[in-house]
Design a protein around this ligand. Structure first.
Ligand code: SF4
Length: 351
């Protein structure tokens, strides 16, 4: 039996593009869902043939805006995954949602079909900021969706963006207090970065300085009731996103849909997916180990020191920099001090 593979399904459609967004997505409020589902189903079949009925511990519908999908398309895709793979009995099935696109009746239907984790793009709880970001919803829509999902008993996550022009440290602290009050067990806090090919990239933006951004980052760690488990992710123990943790840890994952990346493992060899289940490139164990160091070191539990990782890192360097690097069993992690200079640290850590 081959290794378990996590599955990522990309849904690239949105009602409109947000002003900051450089993700692989496009404004297309009424896509041809049947033809997109047919492409996804074709790809799932191809991977089923390549890998056999491997266990699938997590499925993540990301975007874009997967919550735009009609319920029957979601059901059809999940059925096809069932038909080709062994979805484990406790599999985590996440759907990313834009609050402007998920009425309560649809949320219920998605839960009935099998979704058990909802990741909501809230971004801000201030309507003026939401407008500035180009979001299609207001703060009330977002909090109503979060509340309904929490009441439904599924696991819930919320994404926020901080560091907008004019944002202060006290704004960030206020958001943290609101998150604490809502009783969310997982959130992602992303610093606003200005990407060139976006409306924000064409504007003159008066961004907070790097020092203020760093203060905001510290304030999040101090004011949120949820412990940080990755550079930008916070969760009550046991509520971490299993899909992302598996991917960051270096487990295999299949990317399905336009623009989706994947790393699959067949006959003792790693392959990088290059296109729609039809094009693959072999990866060396060293390249995979390097990827695992980059993603694993961003997590608080750190990178697993397996034989390939051990071959390419300088353990002596790690031992002699105990203020920035620590060992926990068979894992190496960056301390709070190390996380701040992580890229530089990794360059020095790798032989
Ligand atoms: S909804 Fe998400 S993926 Fe779509 S444009 Fe906005 S940020 Fe990008």
């Amino acid at each position: 039996m081959n290794k378990p593979h996590n599955i990522y399904i990309h849904v690239p459609f949105c009602i409109k593009k947000c002003n900051y967004c450089a993700f692989y997505s496009r404004a297309c409020p009424e896509p041809d869902w049947d033809s997109y589902a047919a492409k996804i189903i074709d790809e799932l079949k191809i991977f089923g043939q390549i890998l056999g009925r491997v266990p699938v511990p997590t499925i993540f519908f990301g975007g874009g805006t997967p919550s735009l999908m009609p319920e029957k398309i979601f059901a059809k895709i999940l059925n096809e995954i069932h038909a080709n793979f062994d979805i484990t009995h406790d599999a985590e099935i996440t759907l990313e949602a834009n609050p402007g696109t998920l009425p309560i009746s649809k949320l219920d239907e998605f839960c009935n079909i099998g979704m058990n984790r909802l990741s909501v793009g809230v971004q801000s709880l201030d309507d003026k900021k939401l407008q500035f970001l180009g979001r299609i919803h207001n703060a009330h829509d977002a909090t109503m969706l979060l509340e309904s999902a929490i009441n439904r008993g599924i696991r819930v996550s919320a994404d926020f963006i901080y560091g907008l022009p004019g944002d202060s440290v006290s704004d960030v602290i206020k958001t943290c207090c609101q998150i604490n009050d809502m009783g969310i067990s997982h959130c992602s806090m992303y610093e606003l970065t200005i990407e060139p090919n976006t409306p924000f990239g064409q504007m003159q933006m008066d961004m907070p300085t790097n020092e203020v951004m760093a203060e905001m980052y510290m304030a999040i760690g101090q004011n949120l009731n949820l412990p940080r488990y990755e550079v930008s992710n916070y969760a009550a123990p046991g509520n971490e996103c299993r899909h992302n943790q598996n991917v960051w840890d270096g487990d295999a994952y299949i990317g399905i849909g336009e623009g989706a990346a994947g790393r699959i493992f067949v006959n003792d060899t790693w392959y990088e997916q290059l296109g729609g289940g039809k094009l693959f490139e072999k990866m060396t164990n060293e390249t995979r180990a390097m990827e695992r160091i980059i993603t694993g070191m961003r997590t608080m539990r750190g990178v697993l020191l397996d034989e390939w990782v051990k071959k390419i890192i300088n353990i002596e360097f790690a031992k002699s920099h105990s203020d920035m690097l620590g060992f926990n069993g068979n894992r190496l992690f960056a301390t709070d001090k190390g996380i701040i200079v992580l890229d530089d640290l990794i360059t020095k850590l790798v032989k």
